[in-house]
Design a protein around this ligand. Structure first.
Ligand code: F6R
Length: 234
């Protein structure tokens, strides 16, 4: 695990963008992408660059169950606004929050991942150490599935909604097994509220109580944190 401490999240986003560019120069065709506040600076650098993404495929980590693609709270909407509307990709995949049959939807998404092996996966980090929506206790060997969100995640995500009751309680999420199949991983985390999770991920034991700690076992993981998120590291 390579750890880069950046002065702030703008510098971190630029670094992540440069790593993506480098991988694309080396032939990467499929990017695994995340939503949330963390990757926003990276998306800004992607959007404002002259890099052509029109030959690229993206596979997103997760989507809220029950959210329509054009719902402003959906992760599909987030991706359109922050990236795809400004930098078109050849193909973009996000789980379908309105899928009628969750089992069929997870099967479909696992096939999407199998058909489009991820060259570089971008991850954020939950305050509780989650990656994707693989909350503490999640097994390390599962693929995409429908998962309940923990209270801490619902509370953290409430900032994007009018009321906490409006935050969806379930999501479709790539499993940790799917995430670990990607060739390379960049994880970003910013702010003091992520400092415990960052410490657990890098210095703690590998345990599913801190799902991100599994990344210690994978080659080619680059962690980019700001000084606040790094503040509890030894
Ligand atoms: C988002 C995702 C989540 C977030 C995490 C951090 O697609 O999979 O794991 O990366 O919850 O969220 P932010 O960046 O909003 O702090």
């Amino acid at each position: 695990m390579k750890v880069i401490v950046a002065n702030n999240n703008d510098v971190a986003g630029k670094k992540a963008f440069e790593l993506i560019k480098e991988e694309m120069d080396n032939g990467a065709k499929v990017l695994g992408l995340a939503t949330g506040s963390t990757p926003v600076s990276m998306y800004k650098y992607m959007v404002n660059s002259d890099v052509d993404f029109s030959g690229m495929t993206s596979v997103n980590l997760d989507e809220y169950v029950g959210c329509a693609p054009d719902d402003e709270q959906s992760y599909r909407h987030f991706m359109q606004v922050n990236l795809f509307d400004k930098k078109p990709f050849a193909k973009t995949f996000v789980p379908d929050g309105l899928a009628k049959d969750p089992e069929e939807e997870t099967k479909r998404y696992n096939k999407v991942i199998a058909d489009n092996p991820i060259d570089l996966q971008v991850l954020g980090l939950g305050r509780n150490g989650h990656i994707g929506f693989n909350e503490p206790g999640s097994p390390f060997d599962v693929e995409t599935r429908k998962v309940p969100l923990t209270e801490s995640t619902i509370e953290a995500n409430a900032r994007f909604f009018d009321n906490e009751e409006d935050v969806p309680k379930f999501a479709y999420s790539m499993g940790i097994g799917s995430i670990l199949k990607s060739k390379k991983i960049i994880l970003m985390a910013f702010g003091t509220e992520k400092a415990d999770a960052v410490k657990g991920m890098i210095e703690g034991p590998v345990t599913n109580e801190c799902p991100a700690s599994v990344l210690q076992q994978k080659d080619d993981v680059t962690v980019i944190v700001d000084t606040d998120a790094a503040s509890k590291l030894a």
